[in-house]
Ligand binder design. Structure first.
Ligand SMILES: C[S@@+](CC[C@H](N)C(=O)[O-])C[C@H]1O[C@@H](n2cnc3c(N)ncnc32)[C@H](O)[C@@H]1O
Length: 223
């Protein structure tokens, strides 16, 4: 039986085209109304010269950064998404799984002023990956993570563990995706264990929603 991590990445192979269609048609309201702007503001406020977009998907954030004259590099484990990102933008985009990055199988560069992960840290054991990212940051650099807000998606079960996203309500053919739910304390512990200290925590919200649309963490290498 494949591990949830293997099924997770494999689900992106299956879902790549539906994901490209969903993002490029603006099908996800929370992104249009809140979370795209939230991560862009978090990135821009640090005035980075060079950004790594980890798990960049079809590359919308790379294109948004290019529009703002910020140089960026993308990396993603799915070849279809990487092809789409390359075709639609000018940033270099690497195909590599997170395991490939841990094993140093692919050279994606280093000395990034900022590394962002927008809804792309979905597996269980993120600490080794975060530690690898730590080593890719330039002095004064930062990590920006936007993720599902644990209090908004806990569904009455507030403990770390694998969940499944069925993409109900999305158009197209989707394969369910396993993803690892982590509590707020678990996110903060993972950052700490990987050598980061929290610089800021935001809970981007829509005025008409009672729940935050995401959790946005900015972390810096611990001095
Ligand atoms: C929800 S999508 C987000 C994509 C993009 N960051 C965005 O904002 O649209 C999650 C992305 O993480 C990538 N991903 C998930 N697990 C991965 C892994 N183990 N290695 C490489 N990429 C991975 C997927 O291929 C997918 O593109």
């Amino acid at each position: 039986m494949p591990s949830p991590e293997a099924t997770l990445l494999q689900s992106w192979q299956h879902n790549a085209q539906s994901w490209i269609d969903a993002i490029r048609s603006g099908a996800i309201d929370s992104r249009l109304q809140v979370t795209d702007q939230a991560i862009l503001l978090a990135i821009m406020s640090r005035q980075p010269e060079r950004v790594l977009d980890l798990g960049c998907g079809e590359g919308w954030l790379l294109r948004a950064l290019a529009d703002r004259a910020i140089s960026s590099v993308g990396v993603d484990g799915d070849a279809t998404l990487v092809d789409a990102a390359r075709a639609a933008g000018s940033a270099p985009v690497h195909v590599a799984s997170y395991q490939d990055l841990l094993d140093a199988k692919v050279d994606i560069g280093r000395d990034f002023d900022l590394i962002c992960a927008n809804f792309s840290l979905l597996h269980q054991d993120i600490i080794p990956l975060l530690a690898t990212l730590h080593a890719l940051l330039a002095p004064g650099g930062a990590l920006v993570i936007q993720t599902l807000h644990p209090w908004a998606v806990a569904g009455g079960d507030y403990q770390d563990g694998w969940r499944e996203e069925a993409f109900a309500g999305f158009k197209g053919q989707w394969q369910p995706m396993p993803w690892y739910f982590r509590t707020l304390a678990s996110w903060l512990n993972a950052l700490d264990m990987a050598g980061f200290q929290l610089a800021s925590l935001q809970e981007p919200q829509h005025p008409q929603s009672a729940l935050p649309q995401s959790l946005l963490l900015v972390a810096e290498p611990r001095r």
